[in-house]
Design a protein around this ligand. Sequence first.
Ligand code: CO
Length: 491
Amino acid sequence: MKPVAFNNTVLRDGHQSLAATRMTTAQMLPAAPILDEMGFAGLETWGGATIDSCLRFLGENPFDRLRALKKAAPKTPQLMLLRGQNIVQYTSFPDDVVEAFVKADAAAGQDIFRIFDALNDTRNLATAIKTVRACGKHARGEICYTTSPVHTIDAFVAMGIELEKMGCHSIGIKDMSGVIAPRIAYDLVKELKKRVGLPITLHTHDTAGLGASAYLAAIDAGVDAVETSIVPFANGTSQPDTVRMIALLEGHPRCPQFDPAKLQQLREYFTGVYAELGKFTSPANERVDSDTLCYQVPGGMLSNFRNQLKEQNMSDKFEQVMAEIPYVRSCLGWIPLVTPTSQIVGTQAMLNVKFGRWKNFSAPAMDIALGKYGRTPGPIDKDVLALAIQKSGQKPVEGRPADALAPRMDKLRAELAAANLPTDDEACVLHAMFPVEFAKLHKKPAAPAPAPATVSSAAPQPAAAAATGATRRFALTVNGKRTEVTVSEIS
Ligand code: CO
């Protein structure tokens, strides 16, 4: 039996989950050659919130980070997390920007692209998959795992079959909330292995303490790879620790071999980095907490909501808001909770509790109802849809949302030229997603301070929201009243 492959996430999801995405390239580089020697099948180093954090807080060019890591760890394939048509932002971008991003990333050394869509609408993955293939790189189609009446094993497997037809080289099960139970992981992997002819990876989080056992069950079912991290950037809301996972597999015919002395060396090194990032770490994220199972929402969303409700003097409404989340999800076609839908659903649940159901229909939630983010897994509640049509004065989008977007690359290049900034494709795609931060990176090398911004409820998209790296503050102006919310990225 083939040993199970481990991908390592310490340089991306590990610090995104536990240290607000603040690990710098300088902090990564000393560990990169050791990680490269370990025998990991892949190192996740890029994407998710790292690009935002590089530009906003660390004063770093994210493409330079990738090049530096490729040089320091040339042997192990590097992975990134790509939000399909949203790239690494919250809104849809036209195909030419998605294509330019993938090409620039591939040229900078990216090997494996983990491509997902928050709604599991495969049309939002199509352009990215096609471009990754054209670049001769590995496209991993990700199935966002969530629980709902419409999210059955059969539905997930059907999506896996579709991703295979679309040209993916492998399939990932992406359990961002850490809610997949071992038995379900077993059944899902078994069924995917039977019906899809591609390697399968399971990615989960140890938020509720299920991660390592879900991996073990998936390994028994024949999963090809799982993703682990390195303590202290492991466990809790991050991936299970590599050492723990190996211990769990002792005597198992698929147990992989890793040098324990080198793993110890990595642990010692990252313990120092974790201490340096002490300002951004929190005991609440480190501990295993079954609340996430109780409320069926990602761990990051829970800690977020506690703060948010406190700010709103609504702490006593926590249970009510949590109970409202499944209701909002059911009305919005049972969308998975992952960036950006987790933020949109959470905020709408809070508004429903605060002002009454749908009395304040947030613009992004309305956009979901109108199909602007893509096709939802289940149908939109017909009364909610009617309300969205009436309030927005717009018709629901039937086709692929990006089909409505005009090409932007020429315009982006012209804007950069006019601002006397670099005009290559890397510059264009960063400017498309983070215009203010990208300009600041070139004008002032120092990390800029986050500034609060406003999204009015009339704004068509949440992209203009102020971001603070892994957490963002949204200001919703509703009937002239300003409501501020803090949201965090979940991936
Ligand atoms: Co993750």
